[in-house]
Design a protein around this ligand. Structure first.
Ligand code: 5GP
Length: 177
């Protein structure tokens, strides 16, 4: 639904938020750099990390493994930083159990057709992969009710404003202050 673009814009505008860089077994897309979008690792390396308990959460999405570094999160939390994870619903479920005070934000595309258009226009994935992603997005939407906030990414400026409002509201919570 354009999560990555929204997240990128948010962290550019809000220097107080740290974005977790996940580990993945997916191959890098054109323009992606190791350590920036993701830490790209092979399957044996990922499974070994998971075995050693190095992931706070991990999940298989579209046939690839993804995981969040436990050490990084613990370090940033100890420093009192605001942390953003861009993860799927399976990861969100695991994080919610570990940190009941976390806030989940679900980003929705305005329609299924709009999602198809966006994935096709990006020109990064084959028709087969796009069809798989659309199907996955539809099943992901079944978990909408598990999230505290929903942002419909229709017009990007409005969606980023909504996201910043959510961040502001979260920081204004009594428990946080
Ligand atoms: P992509 O391969 O398009 O970058 O990401 C595919 C999906 O995996 C997206 O829904 C993304 O949010 C999710 N994802 C990325 N990193 C992680 C992670 O560390 N954990 C989990 N559970 N999902 C992730």
């Amino acid at each position: 639904a354009g999560k990555t673009t929204l997240v990128k814009m948010l962290i550019e505008r809000d220097s107080g938020i740290r974005l977790s860089v996940s580990y993945t077994t997916r191959a890098p897309r054109p323009g992606e750099a190791n350590g920036r979008e993701y830490h790209f690792v092979d399957v044996p390396a990922f499974l070994a990390m998971r075995e050693r308990g190095e992931f706070l959460e991990s999940a298989e999405v579209h046939g690839n493994h993804y995981g969040t570094s436990r050490v990084w999160i613990e370090k940033e939390m100890a420093a009192g930083r605001d942390i953003l994870l861009e993860i799927d619903w399976q990861g969100a479920q695991q994080v919610r159990l570990l940190f009941p005070g976390c806030i989940g934000i679900f980003v929705l595309p305005p329609s299924v057709e709009a999602l198809e258009r966006r994935l096709t226009g990006r020109g990064q994935d084959s028709a087969d992969i796009i069809a798989r992603r659309v199907a996955a997005a539809l099943s992901e939407m079944r978990h909408l009710g598990e999230f505290e906030y929903v942002i419909i990414n229709n017009e990007l400026p409005e969606a980023i404003a909504d996201l910043q409002c959510v961040v502001r509201a979260v920081r204004l919570r009594y428990a946080v202050q």
